[in-house]
Design a protein around this ligand. Structure first.
Ligand SMILES: Cc1cc2nc3c(=O)[nH]c(=O)nc-3n(C[C@H](O)[C@H](O)[C@H](O)COP(=O)(O)OP(=O)(O)OC[C@H]3O[C@@H](n4cnc5c(N)ncnc54)[C@H](O)[C@@H]3O)c2cc1C
Length: 275
């Protein structure tokens, strides 16, 4: 680890000022990704600007059809929140599936999406739940937020303060976990916004994306209930998919189709419980 200064700002403005003053300063949330990169000397920030205790980045609230979660909210808090469970149970499920208990106790929503790890779970929720990413200076449409592997629309000194998720009529998230880390080998988030289908995929490609062919098939489906076999035979184009020791691009493409079917089955189960 290279030496660095630790800064604990009292406000978002103070944090932004510090990031602006020192070009090699970096925001620190739970440190779940940042600290390992420091330990491995892959990153050498001059200052770590600790966002984790800023009051403006905390809290979970619902207003109308929007669920707002502060950027420094930890995965465990999202998984355990009654508000999240009531509004978007699929988001509680997603948070509870991240890594292990230690990771969920430290990792944050803001850190997860700012990192845009190809195998992270939250990016699929941002896309499927028509989210808006709120920063210290603007509001970014979720569809325009993820630009590439570990690349987002954030400017160098910009801080995510919250994410506003649109509450869907129903939604489901299903993932295939990596056996060691728990990260998504692939994950599919399906949401129904008044018949407007959103299907978002993570883990398969360099960054999360909307599977528009699946959305179109669901929109054209004769039945409002989106039967579990609606997407059978459909697989995403996989030429740019991730290849690693766990799965080939072709395997991931097949997996996405299977997971999408499971997500539709989950929606069906939820409906049965409601009725
Ligand atoms: C063993 C292990 C297993 C994991 N498994 C999963 C998994 O299954 N699914 C999953 O989705 N994730 C998984 N993760 C990732 C984890 O959940 C964290 O979300 C992720 O590592 C980010 O961590 P953090 O919130 O502590 O952010 P940090 O590590 O502190 O920061 C990450 C990056 O985001 C920047 N940043 C942080 N907060 C902000 C902000 N508010 N605004 C702007 N930039 C910011 C930092 O500067 C840094 O570049 C795993 C991590 C580990 C170590």
């Amino acid at each position: 680890m290279y030496p660095f200064s630790y800064v604990r700002p009292a406000s978002v403005q103070e944090a932004v000022d510090c990031l602006s003053r020192f070009p090699d300063a970096r925001p620190l949330a739970g440190g779940m990704t940042l600290l390992p990169t420091l330990k491995q000397r892959l990153s050498a920030p001059s200052h770590l600007v600790d966002l984790s205790r800023l009051p403006a980045l905390q809290g979970i609230s619902q207003e109308g059809g929007v669920l707002r979660i502060g950027a420094a909210t930890r995965h465990a808090a999202v998984a355990q929140s009654d508000v999240v469970r009531r509004c978007i149970p699929a988001l509680s499920d997603l948070a509870g599936l991240i890594g292990d208990q230690q990771v969920r106790n430290r990792g944050t929503l803001g850190g997860s999406i700012a990192n845009s790890d190809p195998a992270a779970d939250y990016p699929s929720a941002v896309l499927a739940l028509k989210a808006t990413v709120v920063t210290d200076r603007r509001r970014i449409d979720g569809d325009a937020f993820f630009l590439g592997m570990f690349e987002t629309a954030l400017e160098p000194t910009e801080i995510v303060t919250a994410v506003e998720f649109r509450v869907p009529d129903r939604a489901a998230y299903v993932k295939h976990r990596h056996a060691a880390s728990g990260y998504a080998v692939a994950g599919v988030f399906i949401a129904d916004h008044g018949g407007d289908a959103r299907v978002a995929v993570t883990g398969a490609a360099p960054f999360a994306f909307r599977w528009t062919a699946a959305e179109q098939r669901l929109a054209a489906s004769a039945t409002e209930t989106w039967a579990p076999d609606t997407l059978v035979g459909l697989e995403p184009e996989s030429s740019a998919f991730n290849a690693d020791a766990t799965a080939t691009p072709a395997y991931r493409a097949h997996l996405v189709g299977v997971l999408a079917g499971r997500a539709l089955s989950t929606l069906r189960t939820l409906e049965a419980k409601v009725n």
